[in-house]
Structure formats: C-alpha cells, structure tokens
Write a protein that binds this ligand. Structure first.
Ligand SMILES: O=C(CO)[C@H](O)[C@H](O)COP(=O)(O)O
Ligand SMILES: [Fe+2]
Length: 226
C-alpha cells in the first residue's frame, strides 16, 4: 500500500449489543441478507465499563454459523489475558482501549504477531495524539462517540473534531488504517462522520429497532451517497 492510501469504501460493522440474544443465528442471517461484511462484538467486563456482555465461548458458537469478519471490541480491564482466547474463538480483528492498558504497544504487537488486525479505541475524552508512536501497529482506530458500556446512547458531537484530526494522522501513515466510529450512528449521524473522514461505522441500536434488514440497507445506501 502506498503512503497515505485512503480506503474510500465505507464499511458498516453491525453491533449485536442490542440484538435479540435468544436468537442470534437468525440475527446473523438477517445481517448477511442486509449486506453486512463485518460483525462487531462488544465485550464488556463490568469493570472497565459498567456492563457485562459475553466472552469467547459465545464468539466461538457464532463463528460456527457465519463467515462475517469478526471485529472484537474489548472493553475490559487487563485485555492482555483475553487476546489469545478471543483469537482461538475466531476473532479476525481485535480492538483494545488505549485507556485499558499500560502497554498498548506490546498488546497491539501481540495481536499483529498472531496474524490478526489490530485496533485501538479512544474514549471520548482521550486525545488522538496518544496514538503517534503506535500508528505503525494499527489497522483500525475506533473513535468512541459515546461513553463505552451501553448501546442506544446519543452521539457526542465534539467527536467530529477528533475524527478530522485522526483523518489527517491516518493519511500520513504508510499502511492503510481504517477510521472507525462507534456509538450513536444512524441515518442522521452517518453522513456527518463520513464527511469528517470516517470509513468504518459501528451501529447497533439503530439497526435493531424495527426491520433489521431494511435498516441496514438504508444505512448502506446513505454511506454510498455520502
Ligand atoms: O461499543 C459500544 C458501546 O460501548 C457499541 O458498539 C455501541 O454503543 C453500538 O451501539 P449503538 O449504535 O446503539 O450506540
Ligand atoms: Fe463497540
């Protein structure tokens, strides 16, 4: 990839956080029918964030049912201990939080050494300049546009400024880096984040209110137009 290469395609990564957990096989089929390529898996430990979700066994069960690209978002204390279990469960990409570890460089290196894509997420109050000496290890920068922990929160508008700053960092990197946004993405906010430079949009509660397939298709259409 040439220096400054930018992926013009906008990707949608559906989060199942607000899906019907009693019928995830159906949810996977709906997302595939709607045109999804990724599945965003929100892992919460009740410590780093005040909520609990699921762990490697659930990811392994889902892995057996779909070829979607598994994008694992680790919102946990001590993510060091969970890299291998999630890779064994079938993760294709693992995103750690900058705030969750003293050694983000070592952890990103560990993910890359395992042959998986490495992502780093930034909470709303974390400045993007912290990524300067990590950039060569990063495949995805995930800007949290809500405080992590729950689906269905409102988009924090000042994160648009951060997306613009990160866009200029990403353009200078020698490799392709996806610029992701997670939280409060819907038909109104998607064009704003795309205009600011994002090309990887995580969306959860918007999709699972009403007709999942229609909502996903509508969002993909907005992304293609923006
Ligand atoms: O990481 C997350 C929350 O911490 C989720 O990925 C995010 O909230 C998606 O849900 P929604 O679209 O409802 O905001
Ligand atoms: Fe997430």
């Amino acid at each position: 990839m040439t220096k400054g290469a930018v992926n013009l395609l906008v990707n949608i990564a559906p989060s199942i956080l607000n899906a019907d957990f009693s019928n995830l096989e159906l949810v996977l089929k709906q997302l595939e029918t709607g045109g999804a390529k990724y599945l965003h898996l929100d892992i919460m430990d009740g410590h780093f964030v005040p909520n609990l979700t699921f762990g490697p066994p659930v990811v392994k069960s889902l892995r057996a049912k779909t070829n979607l690209i598994f994008d694992v978002h680790l919102m946990v204390e001590k993510p060091e201990s969970l890299i291998e279990p999630f890779i064994e469960a079938g993760a294709d990409m693992i995103t750690i939080h900058w705030e969750s570890t003293r050694h983000p460089h070592r952890l990103l290196q560990k993910i890359k050494d395992s042959g998986k894509k490495a992502g780093i997420a930034l909470n709303p109050a974390t400045p993007p300049e912290n990524l300067e000496y990590l950039l060569d290890l990063i495949d995805l920068i995930l800007i949290m546009s809500v405080n992590p922990g729950f689906g269905g929160q409102s988009f924090i508008n000042n994160q648009l400024t951060k997306i613009r700053k990160v866009k200029s960092m990403v353009c200078k990197a020698p490799q392709e880096i996806l610029l992701g946004v997670d939280g409060g993405i819907n038909l109104q906010t998607a064009p704003l984040v795309i205009e600011a430079g994002a090309n990887f949009l995580v969306t959860g509660s918007f999709l699972f209110k009403g007709d999942v397939i229609k909502n996903l298709k509508d969002l993909l259409a907005v992304c293609q137009k923006s």
